[in-house]
Design a protein around this ligand. Structure first.
Ligand SMILES: O=P(O)(O)OC[C@H]1O[C@H](O[C@H]2O[C@H](CO)[C@@H](O)[C@H](O)[C@H]2O)[C@H](O)[C@@H](O)[C@@H]1O
Ligand SMILES: O=c1ccn([C@@H]2O[C@H](COP(=O)(O)OP(=O)(O)O)[C@@H](O)[C@H]2O)c(=O)[nH]1
Length: 941
């Protein structure tokens, strides 16, 4: 039995329950098929890569002990004045260390580092113009910069916007040159694009939406109106980034796109070069699909991101939301590995970012930091100091923090002169009106509280609207007693990591919002709070200030261990390693997909043959493609499948060709085929071949004699029950099978219901019946064991040959369809020596031998020319209403002689339609391609 990710075909049996896995759940059977023997699994590759990294780090550490002249790295100075980040290690260029081949197998310690193009809206430096061709570079502020500056394992180049408009060529050249020294490459965006793309679409639409703030209340309508032009600017800006990447890309580079500013970039890059290794990482939360679906551009954004090979998030929750958006909004398949679209898998995973902890720990020893610490200690002597460090952004919950502090002072008068809140509020996105409003709001609250609780000599809140330099910040982190992080939502929040890194001697307490990604990693050591609950935050402040030393120590120790082991370096290395592995895996998977049908060859062989058989599936092969989510009426359409109008003419021509026999072989009921094909001169096989009719004659049944249908009523009851309880699901009763379809229902609810249904079928009243329960992508079908297209074709061929009085053997077979794996036995029927488990990659593309005239091997195939007596002797007829029953027993003995099927290897074409994996020899992408094929055949008589 072959198994695909879409359908699992299992005989009802309690022991099979372990196999009952719906897509998107661990243990999906897809894993089983994708693991070719002797091929390392993804986990094996990743573990091996991790080992190599550890080994290489160990070696680098040893190298670091060597005199500096023996090391081949240089560190350009960063020209800064107000820059707080001026460490010489930053933005360092290449030094030798290690390299992995694509399989992660070889360690070459002297080879150069892997080239990494980091593409982010913001460069680590922002430019300030000092003259026509003179620029000063200042370090940019924000967690993304902090995280990426910690990435040192690669030969990295940054591509991004320098935060300034440079309209003139002289200025652009000079800036590019200055940036080049820092291994940065600028993307120039003009003022209008920045306004619409950065201030508008990024920071006024995506940012608030991704942080669950919703669109700005006051100008919501204005935003709605300007949405399209902002989205156009967003796409345009992304294309400009792509152009710069393409200009600097070298084969083998890893291109790592960052954040919500560049969701369109993976698509732009892959369209130009599908071989480029592209990863995309989101630094913000990815919201529930219920939020994402509000975006008018929801489909485009998701699809563009999915063009990447690997998509990363800080937490499993964000990753889960993204997968859910893809399944609910795009209707794609979510698997444990990621999201699958037309056979292309985009891997989705969580990669929590960290900081370069060593840098902070070492900085505490520097004299300038020690000096700052001394000053701060003197300044706040006798008072406990609480610290807040945030960009002045509405997601950071600064007003909520200050209000909680006010409540604490209100309720704890004894603390009023003994505690101070130091709030560093770094100005950010100052051109966006919402941010301007926030600044005034915060100033107002701070003023009010200081007025209320301040004295002539001291105020409870020290609020600074500015950034600090690195040394000042480290000193602050080190001397304060409590850090207060009250983000309403925050992708990660690196401030909390930095605070922990600097608290090894003081063991201060971290109060951390449960809505920051960091809560998932530092949650055990921190005091977690809901920032919206001012009372809870106020009491947590009291708890933190009064916490005994041993509890502080325990909590700090836990977090410190995490911060020093989950560093930015580790984050980047893990992401890139996983990206490399994903690419290797994608190549392996591609080899499992059948190659496209060589239409020219199929047509050419067709025109050279004399007695051709065309076996065509109906649903999704000859019908219009239906779009599950895009069109609201598609469910209704699918209830009544219709032959595509553009197929009518070619099909008629093919049917009228005396050298061609056309057989429509479908799971559909007889009336459906009658409705569509009565006017054509062809053969209809309904219900997977259990009923057969030449359109000039009556229906007959080819059901095996002993086929029991006693189970139908019980299964029908079960299906009715589930249909009632699953909105938009439906079930169809056919004569030999029952199908429950939940394609249009809520994906997750549908899956859960299917799981329940299957469990009931396997353990309930019909568990001992001889049935196949076939789980389709979003359906469950129950049929008798003997009912498959492959089993029926045997009898059908016998009848066709007999009925037509064929004198010549069939010398060309084209069999195309969108068949369930269970029904793909029809493909192997014509080449039985091929085991169905053999993946497409291993199958010979041109088979050496297909079915020929060996006597006596299979019923109804081998007939003595001019004599149908063998078949006739084994046939019996009965009449039931309008139906003529043709009973053919499975075992028929044949007289020796020539065959009705004399098929050369290259005259047999099995071909799946719109299937990701298949046992067919070839594939067609969609029914559109079927149209092309049939038109071509019809033109070659
Ligand atoms: O570049 P700006 O528009 O001035 O904004 C600064 C950065 O803010 C965001 O940072 C996020 O990334 C951090 C690191 O992963 C994470 O800890 C934090 O929770 C996020 O808010 C934004 O995502 C960056 O693109 C901006 O550069
Ligand atoms: O005056 C300051 C205050 C903070 N930061 C840095 O800004 C980053 C803030 O990152 P976080 O993840 O906490 O939030 P984001 O601002 O990225 O949303 C941290 O690395 C801080 O050290 C800074 O560069 N200058």
């Amino acid at each position: 039995m072959s198994i695909s990710s879409q359908e699992i075909c299992i005989l009802p049996n309690k022991n099979n329950l372990a196999l009952l896995q719906t897509n998107g759940m661990p243990g999906n059977l897809y894993n089983i098929c994708s693991n070719l023997p002797a091929t390392p699994t993804r986990l094996e590759r990743l573990l091996r890569d991790r080992e190599l990294r550890k080994y290489s780090k160990c070696l680098n550490d040893c190298e670091a002990e060597l005199p500096s002249s023996t090391q081949d790295c240089f560190s350009p100075d960063l020209e800064t004045s107000t820059c707080w980040f001026n460490d010489e290690e930053l933005l360092e260029p290449v030094s030798a260390s290690r390299s992995l081949n694509d399989d992660g197998e070889r360690l070459d310690l002297r080879a150069s580092k892997q080239r990494l193009l980091v593409v982010a809206n913001r460069l680590p430096v922002s430019a300030v113009r000092h003259g026509e061709d003179s620029w000063q570079l200042e370090m940019s502020v924000g967690g993304l910069v902090t995280a990426l500056l910690g990435v040192k394992e690669f030969d990295t180049r940054w591509i991004g916007w320098a935060g300034v408009n440079v309209p003139d060529e002289i200025g652009q050249k000079a800036l590019a040159k200055a940036l080049d020294e820092k291994r940065c490459i600028p993307v120039f965006l003009d003022e209008e694009v920045v306004h619409q793309y950065y201030n508008g679409y990024c920071n006024n639409i995506l940012w608030p939406l991704f942080h669950y703030i919703g669109l700005p209340q006051e100008d919501r309508l204005a935003t709605t109106r300007s949405f399209q032009s902002q989205f156009d600017a967003y796409k345009k800006a992304n294309q400009l980034f792509a152009d710069v990447v393409n200009e600097h890309y070298e084969e083998g580079d890893v291109v790592w796109c960052h954040d919500y500013h560049l969701m369109f970039l993976p698509k732009c890059l892959k369209e130009r070069n599908s071989k480029m290794k592209v990863g995309w990482f989101l630094h913000t939360p990815f919201p529930s699909s219920e939020i994402h679906r509000m975006l008018p551009s929801r489909l485009e954004l998701l699809r563009s991101v999915l063009a990447a090979d690997l998509v990363g998030f800080h937490t499993y929750d964000y990753a889960r939301h993204f997968v859910s958006a893809c399944t609910r909004i795009l209707g794609l398949e979510g698997t444990p590995e990621g999201v699958e679209d037309q056979g292309k898998l985009t891997r989705i995973a969580a990669f929590p970012v960290g900081i370069d902890s060593e840098r902070f720990i070492k900085a505490l020893e520097l004299p300038e930091v020690q000096d700052h610490m001394k000053v701060l200690k003197q300044r706040f002597a006798g008072r406990k100091v609480m610290l807040g460090v945030d960009r002045l952004d509405m997601i950071k919950g600064i007003p909520q923090k200050i209000l909680a502090f006010e409540k604490f002072l209100e309720e704890n008068p004894n603390w009023r002169n003994k505690v101070v809140l130091l709030q560093i509020a770094v100005p950010t996105r100052t051109d966006v009106p919402e941010y301007q409003k926030l600044t005034s709001q915060v100033h107002e609250i701070v003023g009010r509280i200081n007025g209320r609780f301040g004295s002539l000599t001291a105020v409870p809140i020290h609020h600074l609207d500015r950034s600090l330099d690195f040394h000042e910040l480290c000193a602050l982190y080190a001397v304060t007693d409590v850090a207060l992080v009250t983000s309403l939502r925050d992708g990660m929040n690196l401030v909390s990591y930095e605070y922990v890194a600097c608290q090894e001697s003081k063991k201060g307490v971290l109060i951390l919002s449960e809505f920051a990604g960091a809560a998932q990693s530092l949650g055990a050591g921190a005091i977690l709070v809901n920032p919206w609950n001012v009372t809870e935050v106020a009491s947590s402040i009291g708890y933190a200030l009064n916490m005994p030393a041993d509890e502080r120590e325990k909590r700090h120790h836990h977090n410190f261990k995490h911060v020093i082991s989950h560093t930015a370096q580790e984050w980047a290395a893990t992401f890139v390693s996983e990206l490399n592995v994903t690419i290797v895996e994608a190549q392996l998977r591609t080899r499992q997909i059948p190659p496209p049908l060589p239409i020219e060859v199929a047509v050419d062989r067709y025109s050279c043959s004399n007695n051709r058989l065309l076996i065509l599936g109906f649903n999704a092969t000859l019908t219009e493609p239906v779009d599950t989510l895009g069109r609201k009426d598609s469910q209704i359409n699918e209830w009544e499948p219709k032959l595509r109008p553009d197929l009518q003419e070619p099909l008629r021509k093919l049917c009228d060709d005396p050298k061609t026999t056309v057989l429509i072989l479908s799971g559909s009921a007889r009336n459906v085929l009658d409705d569509n094909f009565s006017d054509y001169n062809l053969w209809l096989a309904a219900e997977n071949g259990m009923f057969l009719r030449v359109t000039t004659g009556d229906w007959m049944t080819t059901m095996p004699e002993n086929l029991s249908m006693e189970w139908v009523d019980s299964v029908k009851n079960v299906f009715e029950y589930f249909t009632d309880r699953t909105p938009r699901s439906q079930f169809e009763v056919r004569e030999t099978s029952l199908i429950w379809n939940y394609k249009y229902s809520d994906v997750e609810f549908g899956r859960l219901q299917a799981r329940d249904l299957l469990q009931h079928l396997w353990t309930g009243p019909i568990s001992n019946a001889s049935l196949d329960v076939v789980q389709g992508r979003r359906s469950v079908e129950v049929r008798s064991v003997a009912v498959t297209k492959g089993a029926a074709i045997d009898r059908i061929l016998g009848e066709i040959v007999h009925n037509k009085g064929m004198k010549e053997p069939i010398d060309y077979v084209l069999c195309i369809g969108h068949f369930l794996t269970k029904d793909e036995d029809i493909y192997t029927f014509f080449e039985p020596e091929l085991p169905s488990e053999v993946p497409a990659s291993v199958r010979p593309q041109v088979p050496t031998q297909v079915r020929t005239s060996t006597a006596g091997s299979r019923a109804a195939l081998l007939l003595k020319q001019n004599s149908m007596s063998a078949v006739e002797q084994n046939k019996s007829y009965s009449i039931d209403g309008d139906t003529l029953h043709l009973m053919v027993t499975d075992r028929i003995s044949f007289q020796e002689g020539s065959s009705v099927l004399d098929l050369q290897a290259n005259d047999y074409f099995s071909c799946s339609v719109a299937r990701k994996r298949s046992n067919s020899r070839y594939r067609l992408q969609s029914s559109d391609e079927v149209v092309t094929l049939l038109r071509e055949l019809a033109d070659h008589r």
